[in-house]
Design a protein around this ligand. Structure first.
Ligand code: MG
Length: 167
C-alpha cells in the first residue's frame, strides 16, 4: 500500500441474492415496499454487498466473505450499512479515500426509480462522499434469467479510490 507511484485504485464488485416471500427488500440501505425480499444471512442488501466487494477489491484486501463471514453468528440479519461503515474504516486505516462509485442493479420488479435518490443519499452519507459521486442505476433483465424471472436481484459496482494526502 506504500507504493507512491500508484495514486488511484479501481475495484469491481458483484452480488446476487434470491428473492423470496417473507423477507424485507432492502437495497442500498433503503427499505423498499415489495411482496418479496432478498434472502441472506445478513439483511441481504445486494447493492451494499457489491459496494463492499468493489472497495475491498480496489485495495486487494479480499472480499466481503473474508471480512464478514456468513458462518459468523454476529453477522446474522445484520444491517449491511454497519458492514459498509466497517469497510470505510478499513479504507481510511490504509490511507485511502473513496472518489466515486457507479452501480447497476438488475431487478425486474419492483421499479426502483422512485427510490434511487433515497439510496444515493444514504450511500453518500455512509461513504462520506458527495451525492454527485454516487451513481445508482437500475434496469430490468428483459424477462430472462433469474433476475428477469423475479427469482433474484443482482448488482454490479465499480469504485475508484485515491490515496489520502500524507501532509
Ligand atoms: Mg451478498
Amino acid at each position: 500500500m506504500k507504493n507512491r507511484n500508484i495514486m488511484y485504485r479501481i475495484g469491481i464488485g458483484y452480488d446476487l441474492h434470491r428473492l423470496v416471500e417473507g423477507r424485507n427488500l432492502i437495497i442500498g440501505g433503503v427499505n423498499i415496499p415489495h411482496h418479496k425480499g432478498l434472502l441472506g444471512h445478513s439483511d441481504a442488501d445486494v447493492l451494499i454487498h457489491a459496494i463492499i466487494d468493489a472497495i475491498l477489491g480496489a485495495l486487494a484486501l479480499g472480499d466481503i466473505g473474508t471480512h464478514f463471514p456468513d458462518s459468523d453468528p454476529q453477522y446474522k440479519d445484520i444491517d449491511s450499512k454497519i458492514l459498509l461503515s466497517h469497510t470505510l474504516n478499513l479504507v481510511k486505516k490504509h490511507g485511502w479515500k473513496i472518489i466515486n462509485i457507479d452501480s447497476t442493479i438488475i431487478a425486474e420488479k419492483p421499479k426502483l426509480k422512485p427510490f434511487i435518490n433515497d439510496i444515493r443519499t444514504v450511500l453518500s452519507r455512509l461513504l462520506e462522499i458527495p451525492i454527485d459521486c454516487v451513481s445508482v442505476k437500475a434496469k430490468t433483465n428483459e424477462g430472462v434469467g433469474p433476475e428477469g424471472k423475479e427469482e433474484a436481484i443482482s448488482c454490479y459496482v465499480v469504485a475508484l479510490l485515491s490515496q489520502c494526502d500524507n501532509t
